[in-house]
Design a protein around this ligand. Sequence first.
Ligand code: PEP
Ligand code: MN
Length: 341
Amino acid sequence: MIIVMKPKALKKELNAVISRIKGLGYKPHTIYGETRNVIGAIGDERGKFVLQSLETLPGVEKVVPILTPYKLASREFKKEKTKIRITRDVAIGGEEVIVIAGPCSIEGQKMLTDTAKFVKKTGAKILRGGAFKPRTSPYSFQGLERKGLKYLLKASREAGIPVITEVMNPEDVDLIAEHADILQVGARNIQNFGLLKKLGKTKRPVLLKRGMMTTINEFIMSAEYIISEGNGSVILCERGIRTFEDATRNTLDLSAIPVLGERTHLPVIVDPSHATGYSRYVKSMAFAAIAAGCDGLMIEVHPSPETALSDGGQSLDFSAFASLMGEIVPFVNAAGRTLAS
Ligand code: PEP
Ligand code: MN
């Protein structure tokens, strides 16, 4: 249920509604708006009719049900788009489109710092790099783990760029939160509910990748897990889904961009690297994603893709990344946005 307060409602009236919600066994989530405040009452759907009685309290304008299965992530609950601040000068979900770039895996200090400096110079706002890698085969490179996190922090400081890295287990959340500005949940962990709940208790923004077999509703429900535990800084990432088509690694679901934009207030970014699996298709799909209205891109970039320890075939080298960053500008502008600079 959403409890919409009157524009002139007093603070003590708001507090009275909040304590009544708690008294009825629901969890209040307040959004402080410019003209009025709105409270979401989250809990067991079956008894929600009791919340209707809140309409009689002073300061309450109306009580309306949220019809979607996800509540806090829904546009019904929050009309304005969420802008997530990463650092003082980097935010995701605003008017500016941002680019996240870097290698699939962190392979060493030099390659990472060189990539950090290059992508920053070329216009990327955030460096990516995996230290804990989810690999299909247990015999493939699993990432440099703790050592990788150290390299990531050093590259971030030397290049002056915020960083994102993947977290696979709830036990690693605190460690990774000490080393990265954004925590990434990979496609394979989209329904690792223990991990999502733990991430809901951190203060770091979370980038949630859509699973390869996840519907849009399931995707948003996973975001709801994180938000309902107290962390509202969730960025959604479309990275392709598994279909019958095998000419590309996955099929980029471009229509997810407007659908997510309609159903949720969360920022949406697109990863054309994992979506296509081939470096030569990355640019076209990046253009298409921007045209469809996404808030940013995540692109794999490696100093020498042919020697990469993971995902070399889909990684752009420095010169391909530089040309993408130049050629994308007219698409960004045509979409009514600007490229963060
Ligand atoms: C990654 O970003 O390196 C990754 C493993 O992606 P995904 O979880 O989308 O497969
Ligand atoms: Mn990868």
